[in-house]
Design a protein around this ligand. Sequence first.
Ligand code: PHE
Length: 504
Amino acid sequence: NNEALQLEILNFLDKNGKIEDSMNFKFEGKNVDQLVFLGALNSLTSKDMVVYKQIENEKWNVTAEGNEIAETGSHEAKVFNAIPAGDEGITIADLTAKVGPAAKIGQGKAFKNKWISKKGDRLVRNVASIQDKTQEDLKIIKETNNHSDANTLKDLKKRKLIDRQKITSYSVEKGEKFSTTIVKQATDITYEMLQNGSWKDVSFKKYNFDAEGIQPKGGYLHPLMKVREEFRQIFFQMGFSEMPTNKFVESSFWNFDALFQPQQHPARDLQDTFFLKDPATTNEFPEDYLERVRNTHEKGGYGSIGYGYNWSREETQKLILRTHTTSVSSHMLYTLAQKMKENGKFEPAKYFSIDRVFRNETVDATHLAEFHQVEGFIADYDLNLGHLIGVLNDFFHRMGVDKIKFKPAYNPYTEPSMEIFSYHAGLDEWVEIGNSGMFRPEMLRPMGLPENVRVIAWGLSLERPTMIKYSIDNIRELLGHKCDIEMIQNNPICRLEKKMGREL
Ligand code: PHE
């Protein structure tokens, strides 16, 4: 127990003033591991109760072979002891049989010490008795881990009977705040301490400025925002500008009527669209344009016969949560037509938007009442379906989607219209990834755009590619109240393998 050791150190210092060398310090009757001792010292020094210095020591240990000699004597002593006193001595064969493998090295040493000599083919004792210095030296080293004679140490090390070990120990003295009791330190000042004034007497733990900090909890990007940024970069690479999308509430006029979507269209039902209650309507429209839209719905024009119904102003005034970002595109195209009027010339344009849209859907694993759309359009002279197919190939290629197919589709505002399918290798299936088309003259001409200005456009959801990228199979785990905050904190940065464009 570290605290018991700390107390023992303090009591020792109280009695003796100093610990000369922690190597000799005993705790509960035993030597203390120096690392454990250091742990106790660091606790005490952090409170300024002690100060210490490091001591670098050398320690000699007896090896297994050295230990054997310390117990039973050196090889040369064994050889001497095996030779009987007197003149007849012993044969080398008998000696080897008696002493074992030590006989060979032992003989050499014993000859060198002049303890034995040869008489014919026998070995005899040269002296009456011997002093086994090797055994004595090893016994000393075993006891004290040291020897006073440096040459002895060198010699025994060479014979692999001893080993040197380097160890660090400590000399310890009383510190500024020495005491024999350990006061628990406070880590923080509390409201109570401030209230009752006890902070004046409390000992505070020092701050450890080297400690690793806690990961900050703020500022993580949602995966949808990461993928959005990748899409934005693709559009920017292709020379598109971003449309302002900060308008969740839109009139039915810009969301539907301007797009030549008839007022009886099922998408405009309560079941599909969120209508606002307060305020429920708006009355701010460019009236001349609104009249042209009414006319086109009722009677047609520009080569169209229209829908032939009575267009209602009440219906167009209704405020809704926008059901698609095409409302933003229609606004922008109208603005471009206004600019053309001012400049006397139409300027080709490429625009995109990525933002939230709202639909009155029954929520399930693949549908939410709100999601994000990615939408782009190009307005230029004499564009045709070939341009749309080319641009879509380029766009999806830059996202890393190479196999795409088109299927004829229907939108009230585009003709022709195409759904875009991509081959999903994992599913071994063609999956729908977007919708596209050429905006109808019934949409563009009332705005004031000339007949030969055509607009190609496409849209897709941001959620689908994000779910594929992050392997999320339930949309409710991505967005909404069931979304796991930790998922957002931990999910990696997004890199669509953006490729170079395909020139048209
Ligand atoms: N507005 C369409 C949708 O909500 C997408 C689209 C945009 C289709 C542009 C054609 C042209 O799915």
